[in-house]
Design a binder for this molecule. Structure first.
Ligand SMILES: NC(=O)c1ccc[n+]([C@@H]2O[C@H](COP(=O)([O-])OP(=O)(O)OC[C@H]3O[C@@H](n4cnc5c(N)ncnc54)[C@H](OP(=O)(O)O)[C@@H]3O)[C@@H](O)[C@H]2O)c1
Length: 254
């Protein structure tokens, strides 16, 4: 699984052209979900790119109020693909962990509709409930994850269970890019705050899926492999945690 991908929530303006451009620039993972309404455009962008199926990694999701197997089939139809690389439960259903949903994704995997299966917005106890019920460990937990809102407990747990943490809204939805400490660290490397946020994830083995519509942003977010944050800067970034979330009062897994 590539560690850096393109998020596509709200990438509704000419999705196909942006995805085609992203793949041309070198992105090899795309994240979507049925409610982003980007699946048909992603399928079109992939077709236009001419890439072979094994050369990109497609992540999509099923919703908590649907049949997971049928939702997978619907996603594949919208994407015009015969399999996904990673199917996620978008969020736990109210009042539970969604054992039935998880069983549906396990079946989809057994039938070759997806290579990997995982969860999103799950707390540790909810992941454990799914594992206890089925023995199947999720490949990924996709969660909101930035220096301003992250969890050492979740990171340790996922490392022990060999679950990849995948950071969504890794650029704080552009709300904290002017933070003084973040901007100060970025200037020491001649990099942008967005690049530092992505790099902070990659250096800890966390995958990141920044969304970008603008071409300069698409390019900039890929240029994160030519520098390394020093331990002191990693620690300073780790220390910025305040359970902050761009989407709610706190990240959903806290
Ligand atoms: N599983 C879930 O529940 C869940 C929830 C939220 C998000 N996600 C996934 O995670 C992806 C990313 O999260 P997100 O879209 O919420 O937010 P994000 O990636 O943190 O931020 C996107 C915003 O940052 C801007 N941006 C991108 N690159 C930049 C750069 N280099 N410098 C300055 N600004 C930059 C974008 O502008 P432009 O678009 O104008 O370039 C856009 O306004 C989503 O698209 C989606 O795929 C999943």
């Amino acid at each position: 699984m590539p560690m850096l991908g393109l998020g596509t929530w709200q990438l509704t303006h000419d999705t196909a052209a942006t995805v085609e451009e992203a793949l041309r620039l070198g992105y090899r993972m795309i994240d979507t979900a049925v409610d982003y309404e980007t699946q048909p455009g992603i399928g079109e962008g992939i077709r236009r790119s001419g890439l072979d199926r094994q050369d990109f990694y497609l992540v999509t999701k099923v919703e908590e109020n649907e049949d997971a197997y049928r939702g997978t089939v619907r996603d594949l139809r919208e994407l015009d693909l015969d399999h996904a690389d990673l199917m996620l439960l978008h969020r736990p259903p109210p009042g539970g962990a969604g054992q039935e949903l998880w069983a549906g994704l396990i079946r989809a995997k057994e039938d070759g509709l997806t290579r990997d299966i995982g969860v999103s917005n799950y707390k540790i106890e909810q992941i454990e409930e799914l594992i206890d019920a089925t023995g199947e460990v999720p490949t990924v937990n996709q969660i909101e994850w930035t220096p301003f809102g992250w969890s050492p407990q979740m990171l340790d747990y996922c490392r022990q269970r060999r679950i990849v943490v995948q950071a969504y809204s890794p650029l704080t939805r552009a709300e904290r890019l002017t933070d003084d400490k973040l901007a100060g660290i970025a200037s020491e490397y001649g990099k942008s705050p967005a690049q530092v946020l992505i790099r902070w994830n990659l250096q800890r083995g966390v995958s990141a899926i920044p969304k970008a519509n603008r071409r300069d942003h698409l390019t900039e977010n890929l240029e994160v492999f030519d520098f390394e944050l020093a331990d002191t800067h990693m620690e300073q970034l780790n220390g910025l945690d305040e359970h902050w979330s761009a989407l709610g009062p706190a990240p959903m897994y806290v």
